[in-house]
Design a protein around this ligand. Structure first.
Ligand code: KIV
Length: 275
């Protein structure tokens, strides 16, 4: 596969969980981006992104909800299907929506089965110790699990907003204990969100499964960003985000140019018109 910059992407034709594990063991960081639709997913595949996450952030980034608690299971099925049908190489991870797994292992498995049918290869859920029964049940059902610790957006109300987690020693210890608990229950990888860099480094060191950081410093085994933040489309400039493009500016300028040419009747020209 060749990337837009012309560099051939190395590695397997299809990314599997074991490749993330290999990457950790070799000390080679990998990249995860959110994706919700065909064209963005294809662009990220062409760029060699190893993991695509159909995040429940689709509720805020695409559907206009204030928080991810508004994202439904049906939303997750729709957008997971769109991405999974569009790409071949990246590992496909889909979020279990708020309210679809907290109630117990049976609910977790039933909803995860539907995500797998829609094309997910792993399911992600948010939380620690309390979810050990759900994680065990999913793994026993043959469904690999990605954990999510630190700031867990579905708990935004009980966490009193978007706040860095694990700042003091007791909270950092609790975070590490939760990470070990969900690893031992069978999680194949763990997202660490809004965690001090040194705490994420410590957790990454003690776990044998890969960590994937978002606002968790450079020592995690992989990194993840919401793609509209990465590409400068969302207008979100949080400390942990780097805009690798100015898609909002580019799109606005393109739309202004389109409007100007329509107004001036220079678009469509003869070359865009049928005889
Ligand atoms: O839903 C999402 O986009 C996420 C990432 C921030 C990890 O969970």
């Amino acid at each position: 596969m060749s990337t837009p910059s012309g560099t051939a992407s190395v590695g397997p034709a299809k990314i599997r969980i074991r490749h993330l594990q290999d990457a950790k063991e070799r000390g080679r960081p990998f990249s995860m981006l959110t994706a919700y639709d065909q064209y963005s997913a294809k662009a990220f595949e062409a760029a060699g992104i190893e993991v695509l996450l159909i995040g429940d952030s689709v509720g805020t980034t695409v559907l206009g909800h204030a928080t991810t608690t508004g994202t439904t299971h049906q939303d997750m099925l729709t957008f997971t299907g769109a991405v999974a049908r569009s790409v071949h190489r990246p590992l496909i991870v889909a979020d279990l929506a708020f309210g679809t797994y907290e109630t117990g292992p049976l609910d977790a498995v039933n909803h995860a089965v539907e995500l797998v049918r829609a094309g997910a290869e792993l399911v992600k859920l948010e939380g620690g110790h309390a979810l050990v029964p759900q994680i065990r049940a999913l793994v026993n059902a043959g469904i690999p699990v990605m954990g999510h610790l630190g700031f867990t957006p579905q708990s935004v109300n009980s966490l009193s907003g978007h706040r860095v987690q694990g700042r003091d020693a007791a909270a950092a210890d609790e975070l590490a204990e939760n990470a070990l608990a969900i690893q031992d229950a069978g999680a194949s990888a763990i997202v660490l969100e809004l965690v001090p860099a040194q705490v994420a480094a410590r957790i990454t060191e003690v776990l044998h499964v890969p960590t994937i950081g978002v606002g968790a410093g450079p020592s995690c085994d992989g990194q993840v960003l919401v793609w509209q933040d990465m590409a400068g489309l969302s207008g979100f400039h949080g400390k942990f985000v780097k805009n690798f493009a100015d898609m909002r500016g580019d799109l606005t300028r393109a739309a202004e140019q389109y409007r100007a040419e329509v107004t001036e009747r220079t678009y469509p020209g003869p070359e865009h018109s049928f005889e």
